[in-house]
Design a protein around this ligand. Structure first.
Ligand code: NAP
Length: 298
């Protein structure tokens, strides 16, 4: 099967490599120049339109606006009738609906397939993929998702379901990060080491994956992405839009969105989103500030 791939960022490059390893012919485009040896076996093409000359094309671009610019505004949907487009980015529910309609009008298959898992998980081909779209479109591309994933969660024929589920997952991880940080504020104030507090909560009430993974980052104060705070803020905004669309305001969502907004405003947009926990623990500042300052002073 001839596969196109658009967007060789942290996630996309790992996914494209795994498609090659699975024996597929992958033609990929990225806005910035990508070194061939960073994506072995992937054929790099000059234009996004070249990646659309395929049986199926993945897009793993940052957000709605970039997909609109690279795919819709460039008229790519008209260039490849019969192709199935798999959008693995985290995008808005409203944009997923628009994409579904536009692909149907252009005679293309469309599958929303946002993913759970960070770049290291993508590199191991162990993502959880949330897939939704017309049954025949999902069936056609399912073999392509296998080398990328631990499990494909099929969420039905309405693509927006996958996007709403993905936004809900990220919203809940952000809430878990903030919850742990606020727990640390209370417990460190009486001298309890954060590692000991996390051992307690992981061994009793909160043994889930999000708590496990982000408690380690909060303990180590390690903020290399991972998942960039600026992209996490984008997702909280998309979750807010989705809740506003149904006339609801979600107070915990508002709080974590504000926390990420502060982190990005403080200049930490390129750091991991768990930087938000550090800012809460330190009352609005972050360890990363002193790191940045000492780097600048050298
Ligand atoms: P990333 O490393 O920042 O990559 C973003 C990609 O979008 C790059 O290929 C970038 O090209 C491209 N891009 C950005 N602006 C563009 C523009 N104006 N025109 C053309 N291309 C543009 O981000 P990522 O971490 O791979 O995330 C990609 C998507 O996956 C996002 O929707 C994110 O929310 C989602 N996601 C991320 C994670 C994670 O842990 N990282 C996990 C699950 C889902 P350049 O190389 O030229 O900048």
């Amino acid at each position: 099967m001839q596969i196109g791939f658009i967007g060789l960022g942290s996630m996309g490059s790992a996914m494209a490599i795994n498609l090659v390893k699975a024996g597929h012919d992958v033609r990929a485009w990225n806005r910035s120049k990508v070194a061939q040896d960073s994506v072995p076996g992937v054929t790099l093409v000059e234009f996004a339109a070249d990646a659309f000359q395929a049986d199926a094309v993945f897009t793993m671009l940052s957000d709605d606006a970039v997909i609109r610019e690279v795919v819709l505004d460039a008229g790519l949907l008209a260039s490849a009738p019969g192709l199935t487009h798999i959008v693995t980015s985290t995008i808005s529910v409203a944009f997923a609906r628009e994409l579904e309609l536009l692909h149907e009008e252009a005679g293309l298959g469309y599958v929303s397939a946002p993913v759970l898992g960070r770049p290291n998980v993508a590199a191991r081909g162990q993502l959880n993929i949330l897939a939704a779209g017309k049954a025949n479109a999902v069936a056609a591309i399912e073999p392509l998702l296998a080398p990328l994933s631990k499990k494909v969660w099929k969420l039905g024929e309405n693509p927006a379901r996958a996007n709403a589920a993905k936004l809900a997952c990220n919203m809940m991880i952000a809430m878990a990060i903030e919850a742990m940080a606020e727990g640390v504020v209370l417990t460190e104030s009486v001298g309890l080491e954060r590692a000991d507090f996390f051992e307690l909560i992981l061994g009793t009430l909160f043994s889930g994956r999000a708590y496990e993974s982000y408690s380690a980052q909060i303990t180590e104060r390690s903020f290399e992405p991972g998942f960039k705070a600026k992209l996490a803020l984008k997702d909280m905004r998309l979750a807010t839009e989705a809740s506003n669309e149904i006339g609801r305001t979600l107070p915990m969502l508002e709080a974590v969105r504000e926390g990420l907004d502060q982190a990005v405003l403080a200049g930490f947009g390129e750091k991991d989103w768990s930087i938000m926990a550090d800012m809460t623990v330190r009352g609005g500042d972050s360890m990363a500030s002193s790191e940045t300052n000492s780097e600048t002073n050298q």
